[in-house]
Design a protein around this ligand. Structure first.
Ligand SMILES: NC(=O)c1ccc[n+]([C@@H]2O[C@H](COP(=O)([O-])OP(=O)(O)OC[C@H]3O[C@@H](n4cnc5c(N)ncnc54)[C@H](OP(=O)(O)O)[C@@H]3O)[C@@H](O)[C@H]2O)c1
Length: 230
């Protein structure tokens, strides 16, 4: 399982960074990516252990293959990158929408394509969607769209790459994540049966479960504290 690196695309912030820190603590060789090479290298240093950083912009997919040239065998691949687009049909911002659609629906598969010659039969992949695909929030038009696309993507990848396992995780709103932590979240909490929002630690745990449980494949795992139930 651990003959290669853990590669975390979008590993400089939020869930990706927490996951990188967890695998670094476990003594694994970790590669994190963010858009800016210098900032990403600095964050890799802060994460510590055997962590290195690469600068890759998934919204510019022609450059993805070259950016991964230095990466060797990959045991676990997690793609968590997002460049959020707060968008509405009434004021549709094409440029923002185009970047996010390209990032998730072209950038994610291009990363998998690029690294596929570095996979073994035991490699496993987790792609990040999100429950805005099921329950939109104000401004989530592009986010809801691309996170729906991630569900289709895992199904085709799990078939094409077999026996490599490919799963998706779809968190509800993660209350302590950098994007949401300072926003008013009371209405979301009220609808969540556990009486609070899910946490970054819980999403890291669920991601590790998908990566490491050999029976999980082609799944869309919802982790939301029951938020969709009411
Ligand atoms: N937070 C939540 O509540 C929540 C809920 C449901 C689903 N999700 C999903 O979970 C994943 C992680 O979310 P998060 O909130 O933890 O993320 P985050 O803190 O906003 O971090 C986003 C990551 O993506 C990278 N990134 C941004 N633009 C990029 C681009 N154009 N190309 C490549 N990388 C780029 C960022 O790196 P740099 O800034 O260093 O470039 C950073 O590492 C996302 O896919 C999101 O859709 C999150």
């Amino acid at each position: 399982m651990d003959s290669g690196s853990v590669v975390i695309v979008g590993g400089t912030s939020g869930i990706g960074r927490e996951l990188a820190a967890e695998y670094a603590r476990r003594g694994r060789s970790v590669v994190v990516t963010g858009r800016d090479p210098d900032r990403t290298a600095a964050i890799a240093c802060e994460i510590g252990g055997a962590t290195t950083g690469l600068g890759i912009d998934l919204a510019e997919p022609d450059a993805i293959a070259g950016a991964f040239a230095s990466v060797g065998p990959v045991s676990e691949l997690v793609i968590a990158a997002i460049e959020r687009d707060v968008n509405h049909i009434a004021s549709y911002d094409l440029q923002r929408a185009r970047r996010l659609v390209t990032l998730k629906l072209v950038g994610y598969p291009e990363v998998v394509h690029t690294l596929s010659d570095r996979f073994t039969a035991a490699t496993s992949i987790v792609l990040f969607g999100g429950l805005a695909k099921e329950r939109p929030y104000d401004g989530s038009t592009t986010v809801s769209t691309v996170n729906g696309g991630v569900s289709g993507l895992v199904r085709t990848l799990a078939c094409e790459l077999a026996p490599v396992r490919v799963n998706a995780i779809h968190p509800g709103i993660i209350g302590d994540s950098p994007y949401w932590v300072d926003k008013p979240l009371g209405a979301f909490v009220e609808r969540t049966p556990i009486g609070r929002l899910v946490t970054m630690r819980e999403i890291v745990g669920a991601t590790i479960f998908l990566l490491e449980c050999g029976g999980m494949n082609g799944a869309d795992l919802f982790v939301d504290g029951g938020w969709l139930l009411r």
